[in-house]
Design a protein around this ligand. Structure first.
Ligand code: ZN
Ligand code: FE
Length: 256
């Protein structure tokens, strides 16, 4: 069974090591190198590749150093803004590592070249895995730096269409504040209240709040539900279309 190690970086970034082939590992969004190098050493893993979801330094800042120390390849969706990149991916491209296939999903919104990485399950008993960077967060979504609301919404809909039991690993530990904002929008959503209680316990124990699942996000994340009457009513936009509602929701979160 392949496993995922979550590494905390900076104040709230999450770096992941996806382990495969006994002792090989892929790093997702290594914003800094030192905690990754320590973890590789601790578990006796060798780093074969870095997958970057986007070019922001809190996601790729450690990549060049890791490449220098381990000889791994740097893979991402932006050939100009990711230093040291070896392989520029396109949407729907399949990356193969040993017997692992990783699908690239193009998700412009947070940046124009953001991508997510999806590892489909092999059988009924497994769960799929999705690394979302700053596109989809637990209970929230990334800020719109380079694209409009419609573009981000289209990207999020691609992710929401993945199987319900897909585990979601995002780029930041923003979960509690996202849930608090979601509750402000929908004070009567009991699922949100229930999740806040669970998340709070995890945070108190020092545990990360990932993974979430696509099923949970579809039930609680307001950014995935701007086409519903509940969210439209909550925003006092009963007749607006989903993209307009999305834009307004993102605007409110920006000033929250
Ligand atoms: Zn970012
Ligand atoms: Fe970030």
């Amino acid at each position: 069974m392949n496993s995922i190690i979550t590494i905390k970086a900076f104040s709230d970034n999450l770096i992941y090591l996806y382990c495969y082939n006994q002792n090989d590992a892929i790093a997702i969004d290594p914003g800094e190198s030192s905690p990754v190098l320590k973890t590789l050493e601790k578990y006796e893993l060798s780093l074969t590749a870095i997958l970057a979801t986007h070019h922001h330094s809190d996601h790729v800042g450690g990549a060049v150093e890791l490449k220098k120390k381990t000889g791994c390849k740097i893979i991402g969706g932006d050939n100009k803004r990711i230093a040291g990149i070896d392989c520029v991916v396109e949407s729907e491209q399949i990356l193969t590592f040993g017997n692992i296939n990783i699908e690239v999903i193009s998700t412009p919104g947070h940046t124009s070249t953001s991508v997510c990485y999806y590892i489909p399950r092999n059988n009924e008993n497994e769960t799929g895995i999705l690394f979302t960077g700053d596109t989809l967060f637990v209970a929230g979504c990334g800020r719109l730096f380079e694209c409009d609301a419609q573009t981000m919404r289209d990207s999020l809909r691609k992710l929401a269409a993945l199987p319900d039991n897909t585990n979601l690993y995002c780029g930041h530990e923003y979960t509690l504040e996202n849930y608090e904002f979601a509750l402000k929008i929908e004070p009567d959503n009991s699922l949100i209240l229930q999740h806040i209680a669970e998340i709070t316990k995890k945070i108190q124990k020092g545990e990360p709040t990932v993974p979430s699942t696509i099923a949970v996000e579809k039930a609680i994340n307001p950014f995935l539900r701007t086409d519903t009457d509940r969210i439209k009513t909550a925003l006092n936009m009963p007749h607006a279309d989903a993209a307009e509602v999305f834009e307004e929701l993102r605007r409110r979160k920006d000033i929250y």
